[in-house]
Write a protein that binds this ligand. Structure first.
Ligand SMILES: [Zn+2]
Length: 133
């Protein structure tokens, strides 16, 4: 199990690699998935709607590596207080969380501010796909 501070340090490092020339809102994420850490950063595009958030690039990296069990999330932005994941990312994170109440989501910034929730708190009664035929 990766400790929270290590996950936060990886999110901070990933933030430095964000590609955010348009919004200037750099975001880094680090996820513990199936016992491994995966990093992500937001990647923007001149066609603004094509931007992808840090949390989702990290999820995609995990899936590509064959890791599917989300255990913990750290997200780093410059915002004060630290920003929580957007709605789209909450839904994508939920897809890989067998127990959303057991997934800690920590938002940090480089100043050392910190906010923490569980994924269940961030997306209560979310769409799990169990309703699908
Ligand atoms: Zn997002």
């Amino acid at each position: 199990m990766t400790d929270t501070r290590t996950l936060e340090a990886r999110a901070l490092d990933a933030q430095r690699r964000a590609y955010a020339p348009y919004s200037k809102f750099r975001v880094g994420a680090a996820l513990q998935v199936s016992g491994q850490v995966f990093e992500g950063a937001n990647v923007e595009n001149a066609s603004y709607g094509l931007a992808v958030c840090a949390e989702r690039t990290a999820v995609f990296a995990a899936v590509l590596a064959g890791a599917h069990r989300l255990e913990a999330v750290a997200v780093c932005t410059e915002a004060s207080p630290p920003s929580s994941p957007c709605g789209a990312c909450r839904q994508v994170l939920l897809e890989f969380a067998p127990d959303p109440a057991a997934v800690t989501v920590t938002a940090i910034n480089p100043k050392g501010e910190r906010r923490t929730w569980t994924l269940a708190e961030l997306i209560p009664d979310g769409f799990s796909g169990r309703e699908l035929p």
